[in-house]
Design a protein around this ligand. Sequence first.
Ligand code: MTE
Ligand code: MO
Length: 324
Amino acid sequence: MNILRNPRWALPESAVTSEAVFWNRRAILAAGGGLMAAGALAGLPGAASAAAPGEPLASPPATNPAHADAGRAVTPEPVASAYNNFYEFGSHKEIARAAQALRTDGWTVTLDGLVEAPLTIGADELIGQMPLEERIYRHRCVEAWSMVVPWTGFPLARLVELAKPLSSAKYLRFETFLDPEVARGQRQHWYPWPYVEGLTMAEATNELAFMVAGAYGKVLHKQFGAPIRLHLPWKYGFKSIKSVVRVSFVAERPISFWEELQSAEYGFWANVNPAVPHPRWSQAEERVLGTDERVPTVRFNGYGPEVAGLYAGMEAELGDRLWR
Ligand SMILES: Nc1nc2c(c(=O)[nH]1)N[C@H]1C(S)=C(S)[C@@H](COP(=O)(O)O)O[C@H]1N2
Ligand SMILES: [Mo]
């Protein structure tokens, strides 16, 4: 039987400081809030190694007041967590069950490329050393549906600081795990696995760019991209890469998964814009998940005040490419 546990960063201070008590598994189970306490074993020899995606955070961080109101109701968790894009587990929306095969214990993230020194760090350790906060963000998929999710995480800018990029680094290239044994979608050889995404340094250090380790006050659910994914609320959802294993700092613009497949439809920039249709459908409106509503789509998904400056003057050069 697996001992459920949360990663160390998800624990209340009381659990973290009394590790010795929890060596005894019966003490863990007797502890009522046992599955939190069991997490105190993290990093100790012989500890159960499975983290517990989808389990409540024992001490959820405060909501950042600047991102506490998305101007629209939060999408109910059962809706958002049962309607996912995660092609590694299938090219349809009902992948939540298949995604439970993902193994997040022992997960590491590598920061490499044009950096002072490459670094590979455990996901729990990385998340544990970051300033965690909750942000309620709108999400707009390129397929014209949207949702609102309370994410727990930290600014991507903090990860960039940790990586210490050289001045020659112009872009970040993100990569998802590759494991066709676990992710059956990766046996579909016509897709250019692993999933890759990219950002400019300026985009990555914008205040809105967020690394996500939790959702709805819980350790990040596997189907949401456990143990760590990106969320970029002003861009189409495909830019928000899940289950990240590597962030490389590079001089050349990376070619993303969808760009490689269909560059005419899915480009590098992919900023939300209702006025620029997808080649096969309109982007003027979006279907609000969990409701019968269709609402008008807003430029930069409504985050223009924060991000429009990143693209000042670029529309003349890039035209529609800025928006797809
Ligand atoms: N690795 C990976 N990341 C991914 C995807 C994917 O298929 N694989 N789909 C993207 C798309 S199209 C969207 S809309 C969001 C969906 O996130 P959600 O399932 O948490 O709603 O994840 C993005 N990140
Ligand atoms: Mo999407």
